[in-house]
Design a protein around this ligand. Sequence first.
Ligand code: MN
Ligand code: MN
Length: 291
Amino acid sequence: MKEEIFERYIQAGKVASTILKKGADMIRPDASLAETAAQVEQMIIDAGLGVAFPVNISLNESAAHDTPSPEDDRTFRTGDMVKLDLGAHLDGYIADTALTVDLGDQGLLVEASVAARDAAIARVRPGVAIGELGVAVAAEIGSRGFRPVANLTGHGLDQFRLHMGPNVPNIGGIGGAVLEEGMAIAIEPFATTGTGYVSDLKRVEIFSQQSWKPVRMPASRKILSEIEPRKGLPFARRHLKTPKPDLALLRLVREGVLHSYPVLADIPGSYVSQSEHTMIVTSDGCVVTTA
Ligand code: MN
Ligand code: MN
């Protein structure tokens, strides 16, 4: 990896890490989800970075992809298990990092995903098969009496690309892609009291452009011109200025122009924790950019 690219990853990571901690301090009973998301995103912009994806604030059995709707009036409540996941980028080089705030009494579940993340990070070095990281994740979570979420993974990162190969599994396996020096990857174990599988909810707030073919409907064109500067990075419904965008969003998804990210949740009544860092693989290990 070129030095100037490495430096951008490091800079984005530093900013993201600081803002994640500030965001976590805002998560208290009766605080507003919408206000928290808006302030976290504003902090990223004020730091001179780009918002790599809408701040995800996912509650309890929801693991990921929730973010406030345009009319969201939810507040945090005592007992909530809150995942705060943010992305900041510098010239497209992304820091993706997440933590869990427990407003209840489930410290062990939070600890499980943190310990799993750190155990996986300790194994990162060139030549390591990615299945080995999943083994470490599953062992830490399982030893605390929880399940890892099997169908969520960490991922590689590249300029303006949030998710690309290799996928970093959260369950044990053999082999898989082999880590190479210079790779940027995010490791993000999820620990759950539920089934260990998430499925799509009906709620969809986050989208990204995946095809650049021409569209006709005026509202669709308006949305696409609004999101053009995102270069394919995800955006939220609440970010749009286009009035009443829902029908156009639906059509754009159906036409394959937009990808939608439904909220991903384990079974009702369960709790999910998440912990995530971004890192660059170096000759003898890795540098965690979001530490
Ligand atoms: Mn993330
Ligand atoms: Mn991620």
